[in-house]
Each structure stands twice: as structure tokens, then as C-alpha cells.
Ligand binder design. Structure first.
Ligand code: UDP
Length: 369
């Protein structure tokens, strides 16, 4: 007899949702994480009453009512709407690209005027089937926006030329012919009141958890404890890099506590210029409309990933996708191991997508068991 039905490796959103649902159906789960805390990258540190998004800003948004109701079981959400601004060559622009941005760039005041400029620039560029991020951006919104607000930010963020990056990354940026600075198009958005840890605590309420446990150091022993393993770490590491290493992009966060109530007037300020080494400054209190006497800011520096660093973003170019496919084929043959989440599926997932994916996998699993 095995001690657990499922050993869940990684206490991020995927692992926590899986554990919660399986536990609800009477399964015995053990969740382990090598970090000293739970929650994966949504974990927040409480610094003088301010929830600091320790692994980068997380803003919850979804169009899916089911997923929205799902997360609302564990926390209420505030009415935060993400409206970042971007600084480029000393000037400030609204994001996403909307009527405010077009006015700031060209002085256009109506959608017809703005559309005329955009269409003209797209026509001048003339590429119909974009093959990379640069071509995609130029054929979607033209040269001015690309050069002012995309090119340098993107090349800093990814450490690669925009011509070497896949086009899909830029599809995340909506273009709007209204004066609407909401970064997301989704119906539901907000930050959980009490922070993301509240959701994690709710998900893991009846689940056995162990932190500071490195799966790979104790693999044989840990695997022997459970009927099945749910693995949410790096898929290439799981298979001992048999088909070569997958590439990731890392980030370094530089936090500062400041003795002022308001540093930048917004939660997210992007810095486009290549001369500025960070991509954005996050002022965490603004996610929760905080009125503390102090403020905490984080400068986000993109970094080359090496195996000692956190793997934040998968680099989904063709070469890596090919490597990933080999791992995926191998993973599909393992009947007692389930792979899921940003690192195990090697996908640039948002939180709502991870939850949807975890629910799908756990429901399939529970139906079959
Ligand atoms: N991006 C950009 N300029 C900006 C912000 C984003 O060109 O001011 C591009 C960049 O290529 C980035 C992508 O849009 O990688 C997605 O950015 P987002 O902030 O949505 O993603 P996150 O890094 O928060 O996952």
C-alpha cells in the first residue's frame, strides 16, 4: 500500500489546484516544494503591510466565468484594473496602445484620424505574412509604435533581436481605438484581497504540504510513497536533459523600501529605452490601493538564464519547441506521472490558463481512477 495517491511536485497554482480537487474527491495528496514557502510564483511577501509580489507582478484576469467563480471561492477580488504607462525617450505614454497613446504620439484626436496614421504605416511596411515578432508588430501597428514602445523593451526583455522572436508574444498587446487604458480585454480582473497567499492557503487547507524539499535529491524515495506523481517543474530536468536543455529567460528583482507614500503614482511603469537596464518598476501598494506611510518598489531586470537561476519565461522559438516535443512524447508514455504548469508544459501561461489546465487534467485523472 502506498502512503499517498498523489505526490505533487511544486506548490504553484497548477499543483495547488490539482491537490485541492483531488483531496476534495477523497484522494490523499502530498505537495512538496523546494522553496521555503508555498504558492510558486504568485507568492507574496508581506513588507510593512504591503503585499510584495516576490516573483514578479501578478494581475488576475480572465474571460471565463467558471475560472473567475473558481478563484472567488478562496478570496474576494478588488477592482484593480491594470493600466501601465511606458517611458520612452523621456516621454510618458499610456498602454495598451489606445486613443490616449495615439494622441501622445501623433496628436490625433479621433479614431478616424488615428486609424489613418496606423493604416498608412502598415501599408508602407507591406508585409502580409509576418514571420517573427518585428514583422508581426510592424504589420499590426506600424513603425512609430513599434520603435517607441515595443522594440527596445522587447529586446531587453528577451535578450534577443525582435527578428529572432516568435510573433505570438506580441499578440498579447491589444490595440484599441477608444480612450481605454485597461491593459487586458478580459471581462474579469482584480487582485485578491489579502493577497495571493490567501488563495493558496484556501486551496491547500486540507492538504499535507512540505516545503524545502528538493524532489531530485530524494526522487526514488519520494516517488515510492505515492501511486502517481504530478510534476510541475522543468520537464527537461525531469528527464535529465536527455534531449538537450530547454532555454528560459530569467529575471532579477531589486526591491527597495522608500520612506514616501507614493513613488510613481501607478503600480506598473515600463521603461522602453535600451539604456535603462530594467524593463519596469512595480510599486506594489497600488495593486491594493494601499495607504501605508512607506512604499515598496521593485525594479525588474531581465537576465540570461542559467541553471542556478529561476526559469521565469520559456523561450518558445522553433528550436526549443522541437526539443520540448521530444520530452512531451516521452512524458506521454509515462502512465504514472502527470506533467502540468508553465515549466512542465513549457508554455507562456497566465494564471487563469494554468488554473483551467489544472482543472482539466485533474478532472480527466479523477474520472479515470
Ligand atoms: N511589450 C512591449 N512593450 C511594453 C510591454 C510589453 O513591447 O511596454 C511586449 C514585450 O515583447 C513583452 C510582451 O509584450 O514580452 C508581453 O508583455 P506583458 O507585460 O504582457 O507580459 P509579462 O512580462 O507581464 O508576462
Amino acid at each position: 500500500m502506498k502512503e499517498y495517491d498523489y505526490l505533487i511536485v511544486g506548490a504553484g497554482l497548477f499543483g495547488c489546484v490539482f491537490a485541492h480537487e483531488a483531496t476534495k474527491k477523497g484522494k490523499k495528496c502530498l505537495v512538496i516544494d523546494k522553496r521555503p514557502h508555498l504558492g510558486g510564483n504568485v507568492y507574496c511577501d508581506n513588507v510593512n503591510g504591503i503585499n510584495v509580489h516576490k516573483y514578479g507582478a501578478h494581475i488576475f484576469h480572465t474571460n471565463d466565468e467558471y475560472i473567475w467563480n473558481y478563484v472567488n471561492q478562496f478570496a474576494q477580488f478588488n477592482n484593480y484594473i491594470n493600466s501601465p504607462v511606458s517611458i520612452s525617450k523621456g516621454k510618458l505614454y499610456n498602454l495598451p496602445f489606445n486613443m490616449n497613446t495615439f494622441y501622445q504620439l501623433w496628436g490625433t484626436k479621433t479614431p478616424i484620424e488615428a486609424k489613418k496614421v496606423i493604416d498608412q504605416q502598415i501599408k508602407e511596411y507591406g508585409v502580409k505574412n509576418p514571420k517573427n515578432l518585428e514583422e508581426q508588430a510592424l504589420s499590426l501597428i506600424g513603425k512609430d509604435i513599434y520603435e517607441t514602445l515595443i522594440k527596445e523593451y522587447t529586446e531587453k526583455q528577451w535578450g534577443m533581436k525582435a527578428t529572432e522572436l516568435p510573433a505570438f508574444i506580441i499578440k498579447r498587446l491589444p490595440i484599441r481605438l477608444t480612450f481605454d487604458n485597461n491593459y487586458f480585454n478580459d471581462k474579469y480582473q482584480g487582485i485578491p484581497i489579502g493577497g495571493y497567499n490567501t488563495i493558496i492557503d484556501g486551496l491547500l487547507q486540507n492538504v499535507e504540504v512540505k516545503t524545502n524539499v528538493d524532489f531530485f535529491e530524494n526522487k526514488t524515495e519520494l516517488e515510492s510513497k505515492a501511486k502517481k506523481v504530478v510534476f510541475t517543474g522543468k520537464i527537461d530536468e525531469y528527464f535529465d536533459y536527455e534531449f538537450n536543455k530547454l532555454e528560459y529567460r530569467s529575471l532579477r528583482f531589486e526591491n527597495e523600501i522608500l520612506d514616501c507614500t507614493n513613488f510613481q503614482g501607478n503600480a506598473v511603469v515600463n521603461y522602453n529605452d535600451k539604456e535603462v537596464p530594467f524593463t519596469r518598476i512595480i510599486e506594489h501598494k497600488h495593486f491594493e490601493f494601499g495607504n501605508q506611510q512607506q512604499t515598496v518598489i521593485t525594479r525588474e531586470y531581465p537576465e540570461k538564464w542559467t541553471s542556478e537561476k529561476e526559469a521565469f519565461y520559456p523561450i518558445n522559438n522553433q528550436a526549443n519547441q522541437k526539443i520540448y516535443q521530444h520530452y512531451k512524447n516521452k512524458a506521454n508514455k509515462l502512465s504514472n506521472t502527470i506533467f502540468g504548469g508553465r515549466l512542465a508544459e513549457y508554455r507562456y501561461y497566465d494564471m487563469h490558463q494554468i488554473i483551467a489546465s489544472a482543472l482539466k487534467k485533474v478532472n480527466q485523472e479523477l474520472q479515470n481512477s
